[in-house]
Write a protein that binds this ligand. Structure first.
Ligand code: HEM
Length: 514
C-alpha cells in the first residue's frame, strides 16, 4: 500500500509539474490576454516573464522586427512592457480603421515628460502635449500663422537665397573634386532655412551658433529612443531608485535654453518696430496677449522651437539623402528626372520651389522615398478612453504604436511594396483617379495621420524637393563602387542610412553663367 501511495504521489507530483509547465508555456505563448474585467484583448506574441515584450523594442531596427512579428502573429497585436500595455498596428487596413474611427481618442501621445522644468522632454512640449486646450491653441497658431500657406509663401525668398548658397557650396566642392556627405550638406540647408523662418536670422557658421544648434539637435535625437524606453521602465526603475538620463536631458535642455533665451530677448527688444514678423515674433505676441484664449509661457515657446529644430531639419535632410541614394541606384529614374527638370526649368536658371508643381515626376520620387524610407517609422499615441475595436476591447491609457514603416510596405495594400516605383504616385494625378489618390492617402503615413499628423508636411515636401532638384539639375554624382549601400540604421527614433551617402559632385551645368 505504502509503495502504491508513493507511486501515486510521485505520479501526482509529475502530473502537477507537467500541468504547471504546460500552463506556464500556454500562458507564455498561446494565451489570448484578457484584461482584468475579462474583455478580449488583441492576440499577443510570445512574451517573457516580468519584462513582457521589452526585448522586441530593444532590437536595433525595431520597426523591421515588429513588422516581422506582425506578419507572423497578426496586424493587430497586444504587447506588454512590464505593466505597460501597448497595441501595435501594422497593416494599412487596421491603421485606416484606427485613424478613421478613433482619431480624437488617439490624439494624445504618452506622457513623455521626464522633468517638468526641462524644455526638452519637459511638460511644456507641443509634440508631447495631451489633446487639450494648450495643444488646440498652439495647433491653430501653427496651421494658420506659423506654417500655413501664407507664412510659407512669405518665406519663399529665404529658401531661394539658402538654396543658391547650397548650390554654390556644392559647385565649390565639385571644382575641388571634393566628396560631400549629402546628409550633412542638406542638414545645413534645412537648418538655416528653419532658423531663418522661425527666428528671422540664420544661426551663423562664423559664431559657431549653427554648429551648436546642429550639435544639440543630434544629441536630442540620440536621446529620444532612450527616453522613450526609460519612460516605459520608469515604475520598475523608480522602485530601484534609478532615474535614467536626467543629466543628459538637463544638459541638452540648458544648451537650448541659453541659446533661445538670448534670441527671445533680442526679439522682444524690437517687437514693436518689426513689420516682417517671423515665428518667434508671432509667438511672443501670443505670449504678451492678455486676451489670448490660452496663456502660453516662455517655456512653451522654447520647447516648440526645440521640437521644430528636431522634427523639421533632420527628417527633411534624411529624406533628401535617401532620395539621392535611390536616384543614384536607379539610373532610369535619374534620366526621367533630368528630362522633366530640363524641359520645365531648363539650364539657364536654378530650380525654384514654384517649379515643383510642374514637376510631377520629382514629386512622385520624393513621395516614393518617404514611403520606403520614412524618417519616423513608428507613430506612438495613447488611447485616452477605453474602446471597442474590431472584436477586441482596448482599455483606457493603452499606448498605441502604429508601425508606419510596416503599413507602407503592407503587401495587401501596395503592389511590390519593397520595390522603388515612383510611378505608383503618378497614376493618382491622372484625371478620374481621385479614388486612388484618397486610397493612397489612407495608407500613406510618412507624416502620420489625423489631427496629430505633421503640420510641417508642406514645408517638408518643398525642402526635400528643392534640395534633390538642385542636386539633379546641376550635378552628376560619383560614388565609390557600383551601388549605394541602402542598409538601414536607427538614430534616436529616426530611420537613417547605416552608411551615410558620400559622393563627389561633378558640375553638369552652371545656371548662373548665363
Ligand atoms: C520629411 C520631413 C518630415 C517628416 C517625415 C515628418 C514626420 C512627422 C511625423 C510622422 C509626425 C507625427 C505624426 C503623427 O503622430 O501622426 C510629425 C509631427 C510633427 N512634425 Fe513633422 N515631419 C517632417 C517635417 C517637419 C517640419 C519641416 C516641421 C516644422 C518645421 C515639422 C513639425 C512637426 C510638428 C510640430 C509635429 C507635432 C504635431 C503634433 O503633435 O500635433 N515636421 N512629423
Amino acid at each position: 500500500m505504502a509503495a502504491m501511495i508513493s507511486v501515486d504521489f510521485q505520479d501526482c507530483i509529475f502530473i502537477l509539474v507537467l500541468l504547471c509547465f504546460f500552463l506556464f508555456w500556454y500562458s507564455l505563448f498561446f494565451k489570448k490576454p484578457k484584461d482584468s474585467q475579462g474583455f478580449n484583448l488583441p492576440p499577443s506574441p510570445p512574451s517573457l516573464p516580468i519584462i513582457g515584450h521589452l526585448h522586441l523594442l530593444l532590437s536595433t531596427l525595431t520597426h523591421k522586427y515588429l513588422q516581422r512579428i506582425s506578419s507572423k502573429y497578426g496586424p493587430l497585436l497586444h504587447l506588454r512592457i512590464f505593466h505597460v500595455p501597448i497595441i501595435l498596428v501594422s497593416s494599412a487596413s487596421a491603421s485606416y480603421e484606427i485613424f478613421r474611427g478613433q482619431d480624437v481618442n488617439v490624439s494624445s501621445r504618452s506622457d513623455f515628460a521626464m522633468n517638468d522644468e526641462s524644455i526638452f522632454f519637459g511638460s511644456s512640449g507641443f509634440v508631447t502635449a495631451p489633446y487639450g486646450d494648450y495643444w488646440k491653441f498652439m495647433k491653430k497658431l501653427i496651421v494658420t500663422k506659423l506654417l500655413g500657406p501664407n507664412a510659407i509663401d512669405k518665406s519663399q525668398g529665404i529658401r531661394a537665397e539658402e538654396l543658391e548658397l547650397f548650390y554654390r557650396n556644392l559647385l565649390d566642392k565639385a571644382r575641388k573634386s571634393e566628396s560631400v556627405e549629402i546628409h550633412k550638406e542638406v542638414m545645413k540647408l534645412t537648418n538655416n532655412i528653419i532658423c531663418r523662418m522661425s527666428m528671422g536670422r540664420s544661426c551663423s557658421e562664423e559664431s559657431r551658433e549653427a554648429e551648436r544648434v546642429r550639435d544639440l539637435v543630434t544629441k536630442s535625437l540620440t536621446l529620444t529612443k532612450k527616453v522613450f524606453l526609460a519612460k516605459l521602465l520608469r515604475r520598475p526603475l523608480k522602485m530601484l531608485g534609478i532615474s535614467l538620463f536626467e543629466k543628459e536631458i538637463t544638459d541638452v535642455s540648458r544648451g537650448f535654453d541659453k541659446l533661445l533665451e538670448r534670441i527671445l530677448v533680442e526679439h522682444e527688444e524690437r517687437l514693436e518696430e518689426n513689420q516682417d514678423k517671423d515665428m518667434m515674433d508671432l509667438l511672443l505676441e501670443a505670449y504678451h496677449d492678455e486676451e489670448a484664449e490660452y496663456k502660453i509661457t516662455r517655456n512653451h515657446i522654447k520647447s516648440l522651437f526645440v521640437e521644430i529644430f528636431m522634427g523639421g531639419s533632420d527628417t527633411s535632410a534624411q529624406a533628401a539623402e535617401w532620395t539621392m541614394a535611390e536616384i543614384i541606384n536607379n539610373p532610369n529614374v535619374l534620366d526621367k528626372l533630368r528630362e522633366e527638370i530640363d524641359s520645365v526649368v531648363g539650364g539657364t536658371r536654378l530650380i525654384q520651389e514654384s517649379d515643383l508643381r510642374n514637376l510631377p515626376y520629382l514629386q512622385a520620387v520624393v513621395k516614393e522615398v518617404l514611403r520606403m524610407h520614412p524618417p519616423s517609422t513608428l507613430l506612438p499615441r495613447t488611447f485616452q478612453e477605453s474602446c471597442e475595436f474590431k472584436e477586441f476591447y482596448i482599455p483606457e491609457k493603452t499606448i498605441l504604436v502604429v508601425n508606419a514603416y510596416g503599413v507602407m510596405r503592407d503587401p495587401d495594400a501596395w503592389e511590390d511594396p519593397d520595390e522603388f516605383k515612383p510611378e505608383r504616385f503618378l497614376a493618382s494625378s491622372r484625371s478620374g483617379l481621385e479614388d486612388e489618390l484618397r486610397e493612397h492617402q489612407l495608407k500613406y503615413l510618412p507624416f502620420g495621420s489625423g489631427r496629430r499628423g505633421c503640420p510641417g508636411s508642406n514645408l517638408a515636401y518643398i525642402l526635400v524637393g528643392i534640395s534633390a532638384g538642385v542636386m539633379v539639375q546641376c550635378f552628376d554624382w560619383r560614388i565609390k563602387g557600383d551601388k549605394v549601400n541602402m542598409e538601414e540604421a536607427v538614430s534616436g527614433l529616426n530611420l537613417i542610412m547605416a552608411y551615410p551617402l558620400k559622393c563627389t559632385p561633378v558640375a553638369r551645368l552652371d545656371p548662373f553663367s548665363f
